[in-house]
Write a protein that binds this ligand. Structure first.
Ligand SMILES: Nc1ncnc2c1ncn2[C@@H]1O[C@H](COP(=O)(O)OP(=O)(O)O)[C@@H](O)[C@H]1O
Ligand SMILES: [Mg+2]
Length: 351
């Protein structure tokens, strides 16, 4: 990038003469800033729009976390972008050239999960006509993403814990031990602590999975992402369409219980049904003023300003709560309490 900027600068200077160098330096560096603040990223082929301060801080933290081999648990509502974050972690890690394997633990029955994860040898059960590598073997040296990890049966939780502890295992019906080097990233939309308290999830596995915990904030708490995301989905569907200002206002005020998945569906539906080149509020199946947090009023705007300052401080401090608290002139405990009040503590990293 720096080379490209230097080259562009050289071309400008050659064309216009060196006397304007000062002005051009300013111009080129402005252009550089504009380009580097672009909010579109691609992680393993998946496009991600990251515009809000809270998501940008989360991505910075993900980049830092990615460099280690620590297991990461990603929490967040359904459709908020947990898989996108998991892919970003693999993308930023030293394993990015190695396999990325994902498994939805809620989508397969127990006996299939076991053979999927650990593989089997020929004759292990009727129908096992060949040897089959499990996902752990396929992910060797890379990353395995266990989505909806709270759905894992207890028997599988024990097996997973052993693999995480580096204990070699047998394929089903196998006689040779297999050892793998895999980085685990898991995700759930459930509060795993409650599942542990209820006895549905093993405490030892919970602690093993939560070396680092990251929380993706729901879309309603990162309003700055709504417009760029909506425009991104609209452009993907039909680049000739635009949103009217009142349509954008409705989008920004909606609570988005289904998060980004819901936003994409609403945008595509409106794009399909609209009669003209502009999508109006009437084209959206959403209620006006449906977002109480975004409603105007002294209390909420004060809270909004406070949130903005907090997220900016976190952003400037690369997600470091102690530094952000110092910047804001409040204690780390107060900052942490405020983040909890907003229900948006996007990170609970235990570094
Ligand atoms: N930042 C983002 N930019 C663009 N698309 C996104 C972003 N985050 C999520 N999505 C899209 O929204 C959908 C839901 O995201 P996903 O990561 O699967 O959510 P979750 O795993 O939390 O349910 C996916 O289709 C994904 O590509
Ligand atoms: Mg998901």
């Amino acid at each position: 990038m720096r080379q490209t900027v230097a080259f562009a600068k050289w071309v400008f200077l050659s064309l216009l003469g060196c006397s304007a160098e000062g002005a051009l330096t300013a111009m080129v560096s402005k252009w550089y800033v504009a380009m580097s603040s672009d909010c579109t990223h691609v992680f393993l082929g998946m496009k991600a729009i990251i515009a809000s301060p809270s998501m940008r801080a989360l991505m910075t933290l993900a980049e830092r976390v990615a460099r280690s081999n620590a297991t990461v648990l990603i929490l967040g509502e359904s459709g908020s972008g947990k898989e996108v974050l998991a892919r970003a972690i693999h993308h930023f890690s030293g394993r990015s050239e190695k396999p990325w394997v994902d498994l939805n633990c809620g989508a397969l029955p127990e006996h299939l999960i076991e053979s999927e994860l650990f593989g089997y040898d020929r004759g292990a059960f009727s129908g096992a006509n060949t040897n089959k590598q499990g996902l752990f073997e396929l992910a060797d040296k890379g990353t395995i993403f266990l989505d909806e990890v709270a759905e894992l049966e207890r028997k599988m939780q024990v097996k997973l814990l052993r693999v995480l502890d580096g204990v070699p295992y047998y394929r089903l019906g196998g006689v040779k031990k297999v050892s793998v080097d895999v980085r685990i990233v898991a995700a759930t939309n459930q509060e795993l602590e409650t599942a542990v308290a209820d006895g549905r999830f093993r405490a030892d596995l919970y602690h093993r999975l939560t070396q680092i915990t990251l929380r993706v904030p729901p879309l309603r708490q990162r309003i700055e992402d709504i417009a760029p995301l909506a425009c991104h989905f609209l452009a993907q569907h039909d680049p000739s369409l635009r949103f009217s200002p009142d349509a954008m206002e409705v989008l920004e005020r909606h609570r988005w219980p289904g998060n980004i998945r819901e936003l994409r569906n609403v945008v595509i539906r409106a794009a399909v049904l609209t009669m003209g080149g502009e999508i109006c509020a009437e084209d959206l199946p959403l209620e006006k003023n449906s977002h109480p947090e975004a409603a105007s009023g002294p209390a909420s705007s004060l809270e909004g300003m406070e949130r903005k300052m907090i997220f900016e401080a976190l952003n400037d401090s690369n997600g470091h709560q102690q530094k952000a608290a110092a910047k804001l002139g409040i204690s780390r405990r107060t900052l942490s309490r405020k983040l909890k009040t907003y229900d948006s503590d996007f990170t609970e990293a235990r570094l």
